[in-house]
Design a protein around this ligand. Structure first.
Ligand code: GLU
Ligand code: MG
Length: 421
């Protein structure tokens, strides 16, 4: 068969989808500098495809410039075209970062944390999804049978994640029907968000090769089990010394980690519009689903918005410190990992800058995307993180998406989002 290698350059946009363009890999040396052409209104493509509203019209040129550290080149050795892609930054044609680049948003958050505290954040994405290539046998949550019945998918996924230079941590059969979960090892914030995107795409890529799907929609069926994206994170000095835990602190948190957590909880109702950014996200954030409903911090409690994770069999203080981490559970795969992690960090930084104390009582989370967008729009602080252009574009994108599906029943809504994610 006559074939020529192709490469794809893209970004995981505010619809939570990886979009970009491909070209012959022979062009890669030149494309490393200029990337691929893009336009402002691409940002406004909803997860359903159409641009429903845009402040940018049809004008303007941008480029997505590949980040060499994000290169994925995974050959499934089944005769299919290798997965060869780069994640990149959206830049203006003069090379400066575009106001609405999701990786620039996360980069600003990482910089803000460094400026406010001198600290760095390590993160790891734990992601749930439904694998369609397995029969649903009731009663088999976490079972060896459900683990086995997915066949080759788990091994292909694990190998693909590793071949993409991300370290797989675990793969398991989850609680819901046909639901599985994968976790990758922690890394510095930008690399961790890249890894979150890459792991998600490797699950889709492995499932595709088996003529199945990995469905990440936050709520694949109304009244079923939600697919969460849990972000584990910890704070570190530039030397690498972990500073999240302190044995005598509240729930074992160091003072700076407690302030960070207080900032996250303070801004959480508003940043739900970023971390849980679809109408179906709010079917997941309901009682009895092991998903959060209020902005709370709890010790080893999987119903909390922020969970202080356990430390397992640590020998001594330094091992305890190295393991100690928090888990942010108000996130799902409709969110771009760059945006979700960026918003989480910026909220935490505000907690550090204002030396916020942990709240006495938790605030409720919004019960719809529209309610979350109202809270986001009312927050001058969140607006300052985005800047005026990105803030308006983000709100218009998400409001147009919410209006587009406003009349659907819960069943139809879940079906539409399960097609997309
Ligand atoms: N599926 C749950 C969620 O939507 C999480 C279950 C768990 O604790 O792993 O977040
Ligand atoms: Mg889970």
């Amino acid at each position: 068969m006559l074939r020529e290698d192709l490469v794809f350059v893209g970004t995981c946009d505010i619809a939570g989808l990886v979009r970009g363009k491909g070209f012959p890999s022979a062009e890669l040396p030149a494309r490393r500098k200029v990337g691929i052409g893009w336009t402002h209104s691409n940002l406004m493509q909803t997860c359903f495809g159409p641009i429903l509203d845009t402040p940018f019209g049809t004008s303007g040129d941008l480029m997505i410039v590949p980040d060499p550290s994000s290169e994925v080149h995974v050959d499934f050795r089944d005769g299919s075209a290798p997965e060869h892609f780069f994640l990149g930054d959206i830049r203006n044609t003069d090379g400066t970062p575009w106001d609405c680049c999701v990786r620039a948003f996360l980069r600003r958050a990482i910089g803000a944390l460094k400026d406010a505290s001198g600290l760095e954040l390590l993160a790891a994405f734990e992601q749930e999804f439904v694998y369609t290539g397995v029969e649903d046998v009731p009663g088999h949550a976490y079972s060896l049978s459900a683990f086995r019945r997915q066949g080759l998918f788990g091994e292909m996924l694990t190998a693909a994640i590793r071949a993409a230079s991300v370290r797989p941590d675990s793969f398991l059969a989850e609680y819901g029907p046909r639901q599985y979960e994968m976790t990758v090892a922690p890394d510095a914030a930008m690399a961790a968000a890249d890894a979150g995107v890459i792991a998600r795409e490797m699950a889709r890529a492995a499932a595709f090769r088996l003529e199945n799907r990995a469905i990440f929609s936050p709520m694949p069926v109304a009244d079923g089990a939600g697919n969460g994206v849990h972000i584990h994170f910890s704070l570190h000095e530039a030397s690498g010394k972990p500073v999240t835990g302190a044995p005598d602190g509240v729930m074992g948190l160091s003072p700076v980690a407690a302030q960070f957590a207080a900032g996250v909880l303070h801004h959480l109702p508003a940043i739900c519009a970023v971390t849980a950014p679809s109408p179906v996200s709010y079917l997941r954030l309901t009682p009895n689903r092991w998903a959060p409903t209020v902005a709370d911090l709890k010790l080893q409690d999987r119903g909390a918005a922020l969970r202080v994770c356990p430390v397992f069999a640590a020998k001594g203080e330094s091992e305890r410190e190295a393991q100690f981490n928090l888990e942010f559970r108000v996130c799902d795969a409709a969110a771009s990992p760059y945006m979700a992690l960026g918003a989480l960090i910026l909220a935490g930084v505000d907690g550090i800058a204002r030396e916020l104390a942990l709240p006495k009582a938790p605030a409720a989370l919004p019960n719809s995307l529209t309610a979350a967008l109202d809270l986001m729009e009312a927050s001058g602080t969140v607006k300052s993180w985005f800047g005026p252009v990105f803030f308006e574009a983000y709100l218009r994108h998400k409001r147009s998406e919410a209006a587009y599906v406003a009349d659907l029943s819960e069943d139809d809504l879940c079906a539409r989002y399960a097609e997309v994610y």
